[in-house]
Write a protein that binds this ligand. Structure first.
Ligand SMILES: *Cc1c(COP(=O)(O)O)cnc(C)c1O
Length: 322
């Protein structure tokens, strides 16, 4: 198989579906179903693109520190590209995530209490021809995520706003780049976080980058303590660098509770027969709530980013425990 055909296989084109269940009054809601990606989330795009680019440039070993969807996407990409992958995860990473990564053929090392410690061990695994994959602060990753909007621009009319969830801001950076390069520069963005994983909202509130002391949300995938600079530039917290894509819409930052994110996951499973994790439920929650921040938009596109961290039973049990 040549490089080009391998490259194309690292993510799939996902459908855009209109959702009658999520629409209300004159508001028309469409969904970009990234939950259909082979590794279970949109991370397949950015991490897949980064892995493919590295391997095309001679890299023979991929390393990541993530027990979540980024680790899974890297493991999947490594299997497709036929290169070994080392994933380092902290002790806190659940059995399920480890098994999913191992099933893709990657080596899993368990080390340390937190992501920071796993990250240090991951760096120690780098050899001469290795590449380290960052889950959100990497321009290759943003470039891959932007392909989501390349597709959407072919599949559907320009929306008035795109709703998406924010962890470290990689998806936000990629989606904004995709909007800029597809003539959707004026489309607004609604960036949703959960209470307790609110690094973007806190930074906007204090008009400077905020590093959270700790993460306190069941949406573990949104648990970045600090947002990447590019996303902070797009949110107007940091001054834009010339390289920042020319996206000029309004960004509004929304917070939802864990309870709302989980309720949205459960409703979505009923309405659209898909299980997504709370990080994705966060983006669905303001739409289900017909939140005032969406009032001004007739056409809304929601990124259903997916995520594999919870089964349906886990979603129900967690919702019941809150
Ligand atoms: C990574 C991830 C996010 C957050 O993306 P960032 O690029 O970190 O902002 C949201 N939802 C899911 C399912 C994810 O895997």
């Amino acid at each position: 198989m040549n490089q080009a055909s391998r490259y194309r296989r690292l993510w799939v084109e996902t459908p855009v579906l209109e959702s009658v269940s999520l629409g209300w009054r004159h508001h028309q809601v469409s969904l970009k179903i990234e939950a259909m990606q082979p590794s279970g989330s949109f991370k397949a795009r950015g991490i897949g693109h980064a892995c493919a680019t590295h391997v095309a440039n001679g890299v023979t070993h991929l390393v990541a520190a993530s027990g979540g969807n980024a680790g899974q996407a890297a493991a999947w990409a490594g299997r497709m590209l036929n290169v070994p992958v080392d994933i380092v995860v902290p002790d806190s990473t659940g059995q399920r995530a480890r098994e999913l990564i191992e099933a893709e053929g990657a080596n899993v090392t368990i080390h340390g209490e937190s992501f920071a410690e796993a990250h240090v061990v991951a760096l120690s695994k780098l050899k001469e021809n290795s590449a380290y994959l960052h889950a959100y602060d990497d321009s290759l990753v943003w470039d891959g995520h932007a392909s989501m909007i390349d597709e959407a621009a072919r599949q559907t009319e320009q929306p008035d706003a795109i709703v998406l969830s924010v962890g470290g801001g990689g998806m936000l950076a990629g989606v904004a780049a995709g909007m800029a390069r597809n003539g959707w520069s004026d489309v607004d963005l609604v960036a949703v976080e959960t209470d307790g994983a609110n690094a973007l909202n806190a930074s906007i509130e204090s008009s400077e980058p905020v590093t959270l002391e700790r993460i306190d949300s069941v949406a573990v995938t949104l648990g970045a303590k600090r947002i990447c600079d590019r996303a902070l530039e797009l949110a107007g917290v940091l001054a834009r660098t010339p390289a920042t894509p020319d996206w000029r819409g309004q960004l509004s930052s929304e917070l939802v509770s864990d309870r709302e994110a989980l309720a949205a996951c459960l409703a979505f499973a009923d309405d659209h027969r898909l299980v997504v994790e709370p990080a994705c439920g966060a983006a669905l929650a303001p739409v289900y709530a017909k939140a005032p921040c969406l009032d001004q938009y007739d056409r809304i596109l929601v990124v259903v980013c997916g995520g594999t961290s919870m089964t349906f039973e886990m979603l129900k049990a967690t919702a019941a425990s809150l």
